[in-house]
Design a protein around this ligand. Structure first.
Ligand SMILES: Nc1ncnc2c1ncn2[C@@H]1O[C@H](COP(=O)(O)OP(=O)(O)OP(=O)(O)O)[C@@H](O)[C@H]1O
Ligand SMILES: [Mg+2]
Length: 339
């Protein structure tokens, strides 16, 4: 009963004989769940309990209908497992990862900076072997930097602190730039990377920097998991309320059993690992979190040995938003509104 007091704030005597929904409220992702939901059949998931005087605790809620009471609707059994210790540990883990990543960031930026300048200024004087060793050091330092950036992004996602600033975005311009940035990487692997521009595309609501991060992740993956001589194509199509962008490759493809796990943190397909590719399994997890924050969807179609198509959708700017912006800018021009 002590545990009960810790969880809900109520003592045993306060609770006895009173209907549960008058004592505590349960919330799943901000939405209240009622006894008619959690007492029908079995329920097993993390929820927030709001008890006496608004006391809040994270618990795992398991319910089952008490035997013989289905017809009479008499009672159901609730098991609340306190998750606050786990939450505390999770918080400590997040704090540690965040602190360690931030501490690594500055020295790494310095290493990359000094190394780049040194290589650039001394290349003519270096032997072939020395130049190769320094180039490899730079590649490794950049990989480490990408990992640190990914860990910081994951940390922000898990703390629900990933900020997105949504504005009207010209998708063509963002795609063009992101594809251009990866042309070199594609050329090094002898992969044809092309982007089909559609000048008629309406603008989308998105955060241009975060959107570029997603496209970069998807195109970098398409290049990594496609062999020499392959092709990567990027294109967009308009649907009634959204634009769907596709990154298509002719690469190794993804086995059907891996697809449900693909957007999970640290997930990598084992056959790709066997081919010696480097990666941390965070790119798709981060991309999915960003697209969801932008009110879009992300999904994949793939056939092992033939290639993959990664699609994501983004909401288009509605006519009402365009009209209201037009009204404001016309009003400013005519002097009706002073800014
Ligand atoms: N275009 C693709 N073709 C085949 N497999 C892919 C493709 N894109 C992703 N995958 C598989 O999905 C896994 C997860 O991709 P994700 O981008 O999240 O991580 P990663 O590329 O391994 O590492 P990083 O965090 O550096 O991006 C990859 O390891 C790979 O097995
Ligand atoms: Mg990746």
């Amino acid at each position: 009963m002590q545990r009960n007091r810790e969880l809900t704030g109520y003592s045993e005597t306060e609770i006895q004989g009173r209907p549960i929904d008058q004592m505590i409220k349960l919330f799943s992702e901000q939405e209240e769940i009622l006894p008619k939901t959690y007492c029908r059949g079995s329920f097993n998931k993390p929820v927030k309990v709001v008890g006496k005087e608004g006391k809040q605790t994270k618990v795992n809620l398991m319910t089952t209908q008490a035997e013989g009471t289905v017809q009479t609707n008499l009672s159901c059994i609730l098991i609340l497992h306190d998750l606050s210790k786990e939450e505390e540990l999770e918080q400590m883990k997040l704090d540690f990862v965040s602190m360690a990543s931030h501490e690594l960031k500055t020295p790494l930026t310095n290493i990359i900076g000094y190394l780049s300048v040194f290589i650039e200024e001394n290349r003519p004087k270096l032997t072939k072997e020395q130049a190769e060793l320094l180039d490899r050091s730079l590649v490794s330092a950049r990989q480490l930097q990408a990992l640190v950036e990914n860990l910081l992004s994951v940390n922000k996602i898990e703390r629900e602190q990933m900020a997105v600033s949504v504005e009207q975005v010209d998708l063509n311009a963002v795609l063009d730039k992101a594809v251009e940035d990866l042309q070199n990487q594609a050329k090094l692997k002898n992969i044809i990377l092309n982007y089909t521009k559609d000048a008629t595309l309406p603008k989308v609501m998105a955060d241009p920097l975060r959107l570029a991060e997603v496209i970069n992740n998807l195109v970098a993956n398409a290049i990594s998991y496609t062999g020499a001589g392959g092709r990567v194509s990027v294109y967009s199509n308009s649907a009634p309320n959204e634009i769907v962008t596709t990154v298509e490759d002719t690469g190794v493809g993804i086995p059907a059993e891996a697809i449900p796990h693909l957007f999970n943190k640290f997930f990598r397909v084992s056959n790709t690992l066997q081919k010696g590719s480097k990666g941390t399994g965070l790119g798709l997890y981060i991309s999915k979190s960003i697209i969801q924050k932008l009110n879009g969807r992300i999904w994949v179609e793939s056939e092992p040995g033939k290639g993959s198509k990664f699609h994501f959708s983004l909401p288009i700017v509605q006519e009402a938003t365009l009209n209201s912006n037009r009204f404001v800018s016309e009003a400013i021009q005519t002097g009706a509104l002073n800014y």
